[in-house]
Design a protein around this ligand. Structure first.
Ligand code: 13P
Ligand code: SF4
Length: 352
């Protein structure tokens, strides 16, 4: 549906009043009505770097989810303020790894005598607390575009990796890119004592995969792929590595959000693509490439509900409050956690 013209006018006016004091970041999964006001769009990694590259903007309005706004706060100066237009825009995957649970897992590794030879690696999609834990234990953050490089770095330093919080990105990278056997990658269930594993298993595993997943990408199935191949002969199946292992192995191409966009941009006219990632992005790719046949991998999967919480009314409210001199919905990370998380983020930025 087209955006409400009154809200569009109000957002435009508030942004104009704020001028260069405000910089609006928009994740690729945001609604069209929000994306139209983004000064830059990108995946979570690119947006964190963009935030860090704007030291003159007093207010960074982050149209994305909570962990992204935290990363932006960690990477910006103390004088800058990061605003999340709706505080309820969390991420169910990030919520699947709580600090207490991860500390208990580490204790289990200590008890098994294997913590010293384990390196923690966390996906960007995790809270600042978890990134802080990883920094404290000499680990690294990764994104969906550099997971293999981060794991290679980690395996130069230890015999096994505790991978947080997305089991699918961990398994897909470990098995398909690092060449591990599926049996070398064991699921660590935070709701079971010792993750549901024996001490021997904790020691033998190459990768301990935290039992977390994305509630959007985790819903694509192997039958989604089979069905679209039947329906559209010659279709190319392109999916995000947060999808399940059997979906990724059945697909033709796998990669991060930025990789998906570039692949479609470079695809020949007339080619057909079934894409397994968030629906707002797939819809916009279809509109931007009318010469290609772009479809959603599975019509029963829907938007990321937390990404979608940032809507035009929330954005207008945040911008108007800022324009009136009232700071709302600021996201802050305490200095100790921020310093530890920053070391894990800086380690990622220093990867070859
Ligand atoms: P990227 O933004 O790194 O592509 O991650 C995908 C995602 O699910 C973000 O929430
Ligand atoms: Fe989290 Fe998945 Fe939504 Fe990304 S798409 S914010 S990983 S639930």
């Amino acid at each position: 549906a087209p955006s409400d013209p009154d809200l569009v006018a109000r957002a435009t006016a508030a942004k104009a009043k704020l001028g260069s004091k405000v910089f609006v970041l928009g994740h690729h999964y945001q609604r069209d009505e929000v994306i139209q006001f983004a000064d830059v769009t990108g995946d979570s990694f690119k947006l964190a770097r963009e935030a860090a590259a704007r030291p003159d903007a007093e207010f960074i309005v982050f149209c994305g989810v909570h962990f992204m706004a935290e990363s932006a706060d960690i990477l910006t100066t103390d004088a800058q303020k990061v605003i999340l237009p709706d505080l309820a825009a969390g991420c169910s995957m990030a919520d699947m790894a709580q600090l207490q649970q991860v500390e208990a897992a580490w204790e289990a590794l200590v008890d098994a005598g294997v913590a010293d030879s384990t390196v923690p690696v966390t996906y960007m999609n995790s809270s600042a607390d978890i990134k802080g834990f990883v920094g404290r234990h000499g680990g690294v953050v990764c994104t969906s575009s550099n997971a293999k490089t981060a794991l290679t770095w980690a395996f130069e330093r230890g015999q096994r990796v505790l991978f947080l919080p997305d089991q699918h990105l961990g398994r897909n990278t470990g098995v398909l890119e690092m060449g591990f056997d599926a049996d070398d990658c064991l699921l660590y269930d935070p709701h079971k004592p010792q993750g549901g594993l024996t001490q021997a298993q904790l020691g033998e595993a190459k990768m301990l995969l935290w039992r977390g997943h994305c509630s959007v990408h985790g819903r694509f199935t192997k039958s989604s792929v089979d069905e679209v191949r039947m329906r559209v002969p010659g279709v190319n199946v392109l999916v995000h590595p947060e999808c399940r292992y059997d979906v990724v192995t059945a697909a033709d191409y796998v990669g991060s959000t930025e990789y998906i966009i570039k692949t479609i941009e470079n695809a020949p006219a007339g080619s057909a693509w079934a894409i397994g990632t968030e629906l707002n992005l797939v819809r916009r790719l279809g509109l931007a490439h009318p010469d290609k046949q772009i479809m959603f991998l599975d019509r029963t999967v829907c938007y990321c509900s937390t990404m979608n919480r940032i809507d035009l009314p929330h954005l207008v409210w945040a911008l108007e409050e800022l324009a009136e001199g009232r700071l709302v919905n600021q996201i802050t990370v305490d200095p100790k956690t921020a310093a530890e998380a920053r070391s894990a983020l800086d380690q990622m930025l220093a990867l070859p």
